[in-house]
Design a binder for this molecule. Structure first.
Ligand SMILES: *Cc1c(COP(=O)(O)O)cnc(C)c1O
Length: 409
C-alpha cells in the first residue's frame, strides 16, 4: 500500500471553516424553521456590478462564435490585464512582466509553498488566515506539532494582539524565513502603517527573508496615509512577493481571479531570480485563469469598473460600521467586550474577556441564530476573540445586529 503523505497526518483537527459549518448544520437540524444569519465566513454577498457583469456576459456569448472563440492563453495571463494591473494598482512600480494572473490568491499561496519547498523556515502572524500554516504543513515545511499541540515546530508564530497594536515583534523570526504577512489583516482587521511595514521590509532585507505580502483587502483601505501595496516601501522589490485578488473588492469569490507580483530583483541565495522559478511553477502547474474572468478583471480596472468596485467596498465598510456600533451596546459594554475595527477592513475583531472563542461562538449561535468565526481558529493568540464579517445583505446585517443586542452573557 502507498503510505500517507505525513503532511496530512500532521494537520490538526479540522480546517476552521468546515468546523464552523458543522456546528451551523447541527444547530439548524435541531432548530428547524429558525433563520440563521451568517457573519462568519468571509464570502461576498452582493451581485456583480453591471459594467463588470456585462463585460463577462459579452465575452462568454462571443465564445460561441467563430470570431470570438478563444482557447488556452498565456499561462501568465492576458497581456492587457497584466499591463492594467501594473499601471492602475501599482502605479507602474512593477512591470507587467512581473505580474502573474491566477485563479485566486489562495491558490497562489498554495503554489508559492511548492516554490520554496519543505526545508524553508516559516513565520506567520498569529492569528492568521489558515492557508499559510496548513499549506506549510501539507508540503512538510511546518515540521511536527509542538508538545502542547498548539502549533508546529517549524513555524514561528508572531503574536498580534491589542498589546502590540497588532504589529508583531519581528525579532523572533529566524534568519532566511518565509514571512507571511497580511494587511489589512484577516482576521484582526488591522492595517499596518507605513512605518511598521518599512520595519518589516528592513528586517527582511537584513535577515535574508522573503515576505509573502497578502494584500487581498487593500481596496478596503480608506486612510490615505496607509500603504496599499508593499511596493510603496523602500527596498521591498528585493524582498517581497505580493499576492492579491479580485475576490473581495469585485465580488469575484465565485468567478475566481487573482494575481501575484514577483519583482525581477528578488533573488535566491545563489543569485537565481525567484521570478524564473515562479514562471516555471505557473506555466507547469497552472494553465491560465479563465478567459471570461480575465475580461471581467479588465472591466473592473477601467474607470467605470473602479468606481463600481469602490461603491461595493463602501457598502461592506458601512456594514462593518453597523456591526461595530452594535458591539458597543449595553450588553456588550457590561461584559467588557473590546472592539477592534480600523475602518479599513470588512472585519470587526472583538475580544470577550474571560471567555473561550468557541464558547462565545456557541452562545451567539444558540441565542441569536447568528454564525460568527471563533478567533482561536486563526491561531493561539486569537483565543477569546470573535471575528464578525461585514459581508452580508444590509437587511441581514441589521437583523443580526438587532439580535446581538439581546445577547446575554
Ligand atoms: C479571501 C482571502 C483570500 C482568498 O482569495 P481568493 O482570491 O478568493 O482565493 C486570500 N487571502 C486572504 C487573507 C483572504 O481573506
Amino acid at each position: 500500500m502507498i503510505t500517507r503523505n505525513n503532511g496530512f497526518s500532521n494537520l490538526t483537527a479540522g480546517y476552521l471553516f468546515p468546523e464552523v459549518a458543522r456546528r451551523r448544520r447541527d444547530f439548524a437540524a435541531a432548530n428547524p424553521g429558525k433563520k440563521i444569519i451568517s457573519l462568519g465566513i468571509g464570502n461576498t454577498t452582493e451581485p456583480l456590478t453591471p459594467h463588470i457583469a456585462e463585460a463577462m456576459a459579452d465575452y462568454a456569448a462571443a465564445l460561441g462564435t467563430k470570431e470570438g472563440y478563444s482557447g488556452y492563453g498565456d499561462e501568465q495571463g492576458l497581456t492587457a490585464l497584466r499591463e492594467k494591473i501594473a499601471s492602475v494598482i501599482y502605479n507602474k512600480r512593477v512591470q507587467p512582466s512581473e505580474v502573474f494572473i491566477s485563479d485566486g490568491a489562495k491558490c497562489d499561496i498554495a503554489r508559492i509553498q511548492c516554490l520554496f519547498g519543505n526545508s524553508v523556515a516559516v513565520a506567520v502572524q498569529d492569528p492568521a488566515y489558515p492557508v499559510y500554516v496548513d499549506g506549510s504543513v501539507i508540503v512538510g515545511a511546518a515540521g511536527g506539532l509542538t508538545e502542547n499541540k498548539s502549533g508546529y515546530q517549524g513555524i514561528t508564530y508572531m503574536p498580534c494582539t491589542p498589546g502590540n497594536n497588532f504589529f508583531p515583534d519581528l525579532s523572533a523570526i529566524k534568519k532566511n524565513s518565509l514571512i507571511y504577512f497580511c494587511s489589512p489583516n484577516n482576521p484582526t482587521g488591522a492595517a499596518s502603517t507605513r512605518e511598521e511595514l518599512q520595519r518589516l521590509v528592513d528586517f527582511a532585507r537584513e535577515n535574508g527573508c522573503i515576505i509573502i505580502f497578502d494584500a487581498a483587502y487593500n481596496a478596503f483601505i480608506r486612510d490615505e496615509r496607509l500603504p496599499k501595496t508593499i511596493y510603496e516601501l523602500e527596498g521591498s522589490r528585493r524582498c517581497a512577493i505580493e499576492i492579491n485578488s479580485f475576490s473581495k473588492p469585485a465580488g469575484f469569490t465565485g468567478v475566481r481571479l487573482g494575481w501575484s507580483v514577483v519583482p525581477r530583483s528578488l533573488l535566491f541565495e545563489d543569485g537565481t531570480p525567484v521570478i524564473d522559478d515562479w514562471n516555471r511553477v505557473m506555466t507547469t502547474l497552472f494553465n491560465g485563469a479563465s478567459n471570461i474572468a480575465q475580461h471581467g478583471g479588465l472591466a473592473a480596472l477601467d474607470e467605470k469598473g473602479l468606481s463600481e468596485m469602490k461603491t461595493q467596498v463602501d457598502f461592506y465598510l458601512e456594514n462593518a460600521g453597523i456591526i461595530r456600533d452594535t458591539l458597543g451596546a449595553p450588553n456588550f459594554k457590561a461584559a467588557r467586550v473590546k472592539i477592534f475595527s480600523t475602518g479599513n477592513s470588512p472585519y470587526v475583531w472583538a475580544q470577550f474577556p474571560g471567555f473561550k472563542s468557541w464558547d462565545v461562538f456557541d452562545k451567539i449561535l444558540e441565542q441569536c441564530c447568528v454564525v460568527t468565526t471563533p478567533g482561536s481558529g486563526f491561531g493561539p493568540s486569537g483565543e477569546s476573540f470573535i471575528r464578525f464579517s461585514a459581508f452580508g445583505h444590509r437587511e441581514n446585517i441589521i437583523e443580526a445586529c438587532s439580535r446581538l443586542k439581546t445577547l446575554k452573557f
